[in-house]
Ligand binder design. Sequence first.
Ligand code: HEM
Length: 152
Amino acid sequence: MVFHPLFVHLHIAFLLMAFLAMWYWLLKGLSSSVFEDRIYQFARACTWLGVVFVALSMAVGVRDGFAGRYAVWGGQQGGWLIVKASLASTLLIVYGFFLHLSSKKPRYLQEEPRLLAWCMLTQTAGMAIVVAITAIGTMLVYYPWSLPRFHM
Ligand code: HEM
């Protein structure tokens, strides 16, 4: 029995909500000059929840890599698991950086344009990594022939 799929969809949803909320907060603020703090705080809360579930799904993913239906450590497509684990670790660093930066200005982030720029950059980079890992995971399970062999 594998458990990883149960977790991955949760943090994909939370991190997508955080990304959309941050960009909605910024674009709405720039167009109306009203930056709604509760949208920014919602994005921060979703990022926290996303990070917790990324850590949980990494732990379960490592375990499932031994249960191996499609990819196993030290074997069939094992190299892709190493790629996923490296990207997932980068994900924790990027979102950790967002949470650290945004904690310096938990309200009225628009007053610090430099900090705001870094927060938008980390949210966007994080989402790009989520898309990349999700694509690899989905191809591993549903389109195994579409990924080059990477046994390790
Ligand atoms: C240490 C990090 C990770 C490891 C070792 C890992 C390992 C795995 C393994 C072994 C599978 C196949 C499970 C099966 O046999 O059904 C899988 C599937 C998948 N993984 Fe990961 N994973 C990791 C992180 C992530 C992250 C961070 C995401 C998303 C951002 C992700 C998204 C997926 C998806 C979408 C699937 C297909 C799930 C499905 O069946 O619908 N994984 N992963």
